[in-house]
Design a protein around this ligand. Sequence first.
Ligand SMILES: [Mg+2]
Length: 198
Amino acid sequence: MSDPQKVVLVDMDGVMADFDSAALAAIPESMIVPRTEFYVAQDYPLQVRPSIESTYNAPGFFETLEPMPGLLDAWRVMLAHGYHPRVASAPLSSNKTSIAGKMRWLERIMVPEFGLSVVEDAVFDKHKWQYKGLVLIDDRPYVPRGENGEDVAMWEHILFGWQHLAEVSSATTSLRLRSWSDTTSLLTLLQRVEQSKA
Ligand SMILES: [Mg+2]
C-alpha cells in the first residue's frame, strides 16, 4: 500500500454508486422528495417504506446501480495528482448479497479502466476508522472515528453530496464535496488537508 497520506478512502453507496435512485425505483416520481434523512426510506411515509426496503434488500441490487456523475473522471484526476483512491464501504447487513454485489459493481464499472487493484484494495467494513488515509469521502453526516468515544481515525472526513442543503444536520465535519464534477474543489480539499497534517 502506498503512503497513507496519499490514500483517499471512498465510500460506495451515495458516493460512487447511485443508491437512492435505484432504491426509489418502485416509488412514483411524483412522491420523490429531496433527501433529508441519511437512511433514504425514512424520508417516506410508513406505508411505502417496505417497498423501498425490499428494493434495496433484493439479491443483486448493488451490482445494478448507476455510477454517480463524474466519478470516473474524478478518479482519474486523483490518480493523476498522486493520490491513491481506495474503496471503503460498509456492508448493508439486511442484504446478504451486498458485498458480492459491490465487488461485481467495481468489476463492471471501475476495473475496465483502473484495473483489478480497485477490487483487491477495497475494504468492506463499517469500522472505517481502522483504515489509514488522508481523507474519507463519505455521504454519512456522522462517521464514527473509533469505538466507545475514542478517536483513532487518521483521516479527515469529507462529507459528500447533499447538494441541495446549505447545512446538513448532524454533520460532524465542515469539509464538503457536493459532487464529483467539481474536481477543483476535490483537489483543493485534498491539498488543504495534506497541508494541515504536514
Ligand atoms: Mg454512503
